[in-house]
Design a protein. Structure first.
Length: 392
């Protein structure tokens, strides 16, 4: 979905050496399949090897690197100098990108990595537009700068958190974060054990470490002019619907800018699109300067979700206008749905009739991943997605 909805490259994690090993990541065969799929479409795949490893974490790295090189992975993303050295020693030709976890915040550090052969650096998230521009004005022309522009933010500097390790014995820097920043907290006064005082006036507690989601779609022009050559969208363990919606919005906005930079006009509808997936409140992070109290969410760790993802188009018959759909949430006859695809404006229509996989007319599709058919008023294609406003 990332490739189909406009990504030029995808970064993903395997079952080891990356910062999301607690989730179900790609097996070796799945990475191979993903690389083949991407390359057939002229796109790239980067593999995360961005843990801060202990000695035992490095076991098997050489074999893993050789496999990634043999299947033509385009680059690996690394934060640790020791892991960098092992990769260089094992496969000198394999391109290495420096991860945001390496906390690259200045020109001298960039040149240190450049002199070692690095040609892309993912900047730390703690930099402003002015600082990024100062850096990109000085770097060699063959060095690419990548920066995060959208997605979940870690409350710790460059994502290096010790809270998870301390509270749950799960090391965030070795790929096993339990996200204690999203827990609910109260204050306890030492002479009043057992008495929990809310940090703010909220019976549910306070989420004092809970960062908002980064969102920079309103600043496409400034991102490009700052010299950033790759926009990175955070999508760890997110749904296909999330990935498709977010990438589609940024793809449309960026293409609109590149088409005519001098006459580029931001369209507020792009931000509206981003809000149609589960998200926290948005922040611009450090891009506009130092963060303040408004960069955190204090009332809840839950997501804002105004729309439900209700279906994925498996097939479409243009002669009849009938779409075959895999249901993802309940759909009723009479529902008003929105249908969208890559680089296309969404359209809205009411579900007038619906059939199950036996051709029987039905009033509701209640079963997860139920195969149904709906007549649509406009031509679409396979892999279009369908959403509807969330029920109250």
């Amino acid at each position: 979905m990332a490739i189909m909805y406009g990504a030029d490259a995808v970064y993903l994690g395997g079952e080891a050496f990356g910062l999301r090993t607690s989730s179900k990541n790609f097996s070796l065969e799945e990475i191979k399949e993903g690389v083949k799929y991407s390359h057939e479409r002229g796109k790239k795949v980067y593999i995360t090897l961005n843990i801060v490893p202990h000695d035992e974490d490095l076991i098997g790295l050489e074999e893993y690197i050789k496999y990634l090189y043999d299947i033509n992975v385009d680059a690996v993303i690394v934060s640790d100098p020791g892991m960098f050295s092992m990769i260089k020693r094992t496969i000198p030709e394999l391109p290495i990108h420096i991860s945001t976890q390496a906390s690259v915040t200045n020109y001298e550090t960039i040149m240190f990595w450049y002199d070692l052969g690095v040609r892309r650096i993912v900047l730390a998230r703690e930099l402003s537009f002015e600082e990024i521009k100062s850096i990109t004005n000085r770097i060699p022309k063959d060095l690419e700068i990548e920066a995060f522009v959208h997605g979940s933010m870690c409350m710790s500097y460059s994502g290096r958190c010790l809270m998870s390790n301390y509270m749950t014995d799960r090391d965030a820097n070795r790929g096993d974060c339990s996200q204690p920043c999203r827990y609910r907290y109260h204050v306890v006064e030492e002479k009043r054990p057992g008495e929990y005082f809310p940090v703010i006036e909220d019976d549910n507690g306070s989420f004092i470490f809970n960062s908002k989601d980064l969102c920079m779609i309103e600043y496409i022009e400034r991102l490009v002019e700052a010299g950033i050559t790759s926009f990175k969208i955070e999508g760890r363990v997110k749904s296909a619907y999330y990935v498709a919606t977010i990438i589609r919005a940024y793809r449309i906005a960026l293409d609109e800018y590149l088409k005519d930079p001098k006459n580029y006009i931001y369209n507020p509808q792009w931000l509206d699109e981003l809000k149609k997936v589960s998200h926290r409140d948005f922040t611009t992070g450090f891009y506009l300067g130092k963060t303040d109290k408004d960069s955190q969410v204090y009332s809840s760790s839950s997501y804002v979700r105004g729309f439900d993802f209700v279906g994925r188009v498996l097939d479409y018959d243009p002669s009849s206008g009938i779409a075959t759909i895999e249901q993802r949430n309940r759909i009723f006859v009479g529902d008003e749905i929105e249908v969208f695809g890559p680089n296309k404006e969404y359209f809205t229509q009411r579900v007038e009739k619906m059939w199950n996989d036996k051709g029987e007319e039905i009033e509701v599709a209640p079963h997860a991943q139920q195969i149904i058919s709906i007549k649509l008023k406009k031509d679409i294609e396979k892999y279009y997605l369908i959403r509807k406003r969330k029920e109250d």
